[in-house]
Design a protein around this ligand. Structure first.
Ligand code: GDP
Ligand code: MG
Length: 453
C-alpha cells in the first residue's frame, strides 16, 4: 500500500506536534527528511525506538525533532510507521509534512490511518468507529462508552453470536446435504432455542441504544409555555449565563435562542422560545409560530407553567399539545404561593416537577425526571450498546432475519428455508464487524474521521 503522511495533532499552536508517516516506504521517507544527531540511520532503527535529531527539506534544516519508529505489524496501522515530533508551530509542522510529501509520501485522507488499521486486522469496524468516539467524548460517561467499544466489548458479543450461527449453519448443512447419511436430525425446538439465544444477545446491544445516543449526541429540547411563566429564566439558569432576555413584560422572547447544556449525564440542545399565546403583534406572532413548530420537531419538550397562577386556557392548549410527546411539565415559581392544580398531569401521565428558576431550586428533580423519560440510569448506561446508526441497523437487520427463521421453524416449514434465513442473518452480522462489507460503507465510516487519525 502507498505511504501516507499527515499531521496527527491539532492544527493549532502547541508544545509539540506529531507528523505521522505510515506505509511500505515510511522508514525510507523518514530517512530522507530526518538526520539523527548520533549519526544512526533511520533504516537501522528497530521498532519502538526513537532518536533525537533534526528534520530537513533537502539541505534546509527545519527543526529539532524526535523520531519514533514502529515496525510492522507492531504499529497503530499495522504497517511500518515513523512519527516525527517537532515543535508545535503551525508553520514548522506544515514544512515537515511538506518535506515528507516531497520525499515519497502522499497526503493521508481523513481517517486513513485507522482505515489501514482496520484493513490490516488490527481492529474491527466497531472498534475503529469507537476511536473517533473516544476523540470526541466530552464527558466521563461518553468516554467510558467509547472505551468499552474500542476495547472490543461489542465486537466480542457479535463474534460470539456469529460463531453460534455458524455452528447452526453447519448442523443444517450436514443434515440437508447428506440426508442419506446417519446424521442426527436437526431438532426444531433445539434449533429455535439456539436462534432465540443469539437474537436476545443481539437485542441487548440495542435496547439501550437510545439512552446511549442521548448521552453522546444530546437531545433536541424545546422550552415552551405561555408568556411570563419563566422559560427564559430557566433557560438562563440551565445554560449558566444570561443568554435570553428576562423581563416581566409578556412577549419579550421572540427569536429562538439556543444553547447546549449538560444536565447530569444528558446533553440538552436547548431552545428558548416565544411564549405561546394569541397575539396581534406580527413579530411576536412569527415567534409563536416558530415555537409551535419546534415543539413538534423536538425530542423533548420542557413545558413550563406558573405555579403562582391557576391553570389558564393557554396552559390547557399547551397541555393538549404535549400529551403524546416526550415531555416534562415544570411548575415554576415554587417560591410563591402555589395555585396550579397538578392533577391534570397525573391524569394524562406527564411527569412534572416543582421548581423555582429564579431561586435555582428543583433542578436536580428536573434532571431526574428527564433521565426517567429517556430511561437513563446507571444500568442502561453501563451496558454495551451499538454506537451509531450503522451498527444499530446491522443488528436490527440480523434480528429480523433470525425472527423470520424462528417463524419459519415454528410453522414447520422446510429446513432449507431456515437455512437461507440463518445464512442471511450471519451475513448481516458480519457487516457489523466489517468482516463482510462493501468498500462504499468502509469509505463512509472513515470519511467522518479527522485527518491524521
Ligand atoms: P418567559 O416569558 O416565560 O420567558 O418568562 P421570563 O423568564 O422572562 O420571566 C418572567 C417573569 O417571571 C420575570 O419577571 C422573572 O423574574 C419571573 N420569574 C421567573 N422565574 C421565577 C421564579 O421561579 N419565581 C418567581 N417568583 N418569579 C420568577
Ligand atoms: Mg422569554
Amino acid at each position: 500500500m502507498s505511504t501516507i503522511a499527515a499531521v496527527s495533532t491539532p492544527n493549532a499552536v502547541g508544545g509539540i506536534a506529531v507528523i505521522r508517516i505510515s506505509g511500505e516506504n515510511a522508514i525510507q521517507v523518514a530517512d530522507r527528511i530526518f538526520t539523527a544527531a548520533g549519526g544512526k540511520r533511520v533504516a537501522d532503527m528497530e521498532g519502538y525506538t526513537c532518536a533525537y535529531g533534526f528534520a530537513h527539506d533537502g539541505d534546509e534544516r527545519l527543526d529539532d525533532c524526535i523520531l519514533t519508529v514502529f515496525r510492522a505489524p507492531h504499529s497503530y496501522t499495522g504497517e511500518d510507521t515513523a512519527e516525527i515530533s517537532c515543535h508545535g508551530g503551525i508553520y514548522v509542522t506544515r514544512r515537515v509534512l511538506r518535506a515528507a510529501l516531497a520525499n515519497g509520501a502522499e497526503n493521508a485522507l481523513p481517517g486513513e490511518f485507522t482505515k489501514r488499521a482496520f484493513m490490516n486486522g488490527k481492529l474491527d469496524l466497531t472498534q475503529a468507529e469507537a476511536v473517533m468516539d473516544v476523540i470526541s467524548a466530552r464527558s466521563e460517561r461518553e468516554l467510558k462508552m467509547a472505551e468499552d467499544l474500542r476495547s472490543g466489548k461489542a465486537f466480542r458479543i457479535a463474534e460470539g453470536c456469529s460463531e453460534k450461527l455458524l455452528r447452526v449453519l453447519g448442523d443444517l448443512a450436514a443434515w440437508t446435504d447428506y440426508p442419506e447419511e446417519d446424521i442426527p436430525a436437526v431438532e426444531p425446538a433445539m434449533l429455535e432455542k439456539k436462534l432465540a439465544e443469539v437474537r436476545d444477545e443481539l437485542n441487548s446491544l440495542i435496547v439501550n441504544y437510545d439512552a446511549g445516543r442521548i448521552v453522546r449526541e444530546g437531545v433536541l429540547t424545546a422550552i415552551v409555555g405561555r408568556p411570563n411563566v419563566g422559560k427564559s429564566t430557566l433557560f438562563n439558569l440551565l445554560s449558566g449565563c444570561q443568554r435570553s432576555i428576562v423581563t416581566d413584560i409578556a412577549g419579550t422572547t421572540r427569536d429562538i435562542v439556543e444553547e447546549t447544556v449538560r444536565l447530569g449525564d444528558i446533553v440538552l440542545r436547548l431552545s428558548d422560545t416565544a411564549g405561546i399565546r394569541e397575539t396581534a403583534d406580527v413579530i411576536e406572532g412569527i415567534g409563536v409560530e416558530m415555537a409551535e413548530k419546534l415543539m413538534t420537531s423536538a425530542e423533548l419538550v420542557i413545558a413550563v407553567f406558573d405555579g403562582g397562577c391557576p391553570c389558564t386556557e393557554d396552559d390547557m392548549y399547551l397541555i393538549e399539545k404535549i400529551r403524546d410527546t416526550k415531555a416534562v411539565a415544570v411548575v415554576n415559581k415554587n417560591d410563591k404561593e402555589q395555585m396550579f392544580d397538578t392533577d391534570i398531569f397525573t391524569q394524562i401521565n406527564i411527569p412534572f416537577v416543582y421548581i423555582s428558576a429564579r431561586e435555582n431550586n428543583g433542578i436536580d428533580e428536573l434532571k431526574n425526571a428527564i433521565e426517567k423519560v429517556f430511561c437513563i440510569s446507571n444500568n442502561t448506561l453501563n451496558s454495551v450498546t451499538a454506537a451509531n446508526e450503522r451498527q444499530r441497523f446491522c443488528i436490527e437487520a440480523t434480528i429480523e432475519s433470525l425472527d423470520n427463521a424462528i417463524h419459519v421453524l415454528r410453522n414447520g416449514e422446510n429446513l432449507d428455508a431456515v437455512n437461507v434465513l440463518v445464512d442471511e442473518a450471519e451475513q448481516r452480522l458480519l457487516s457489523l464487524t466489517g468482516k463482510r462489507i462493501t468498500d462504499a460503507v468502509v469509505d463512509e465510516v472513515f470519511s467522518r474521521f479527522c485527518v491524521g487519525k
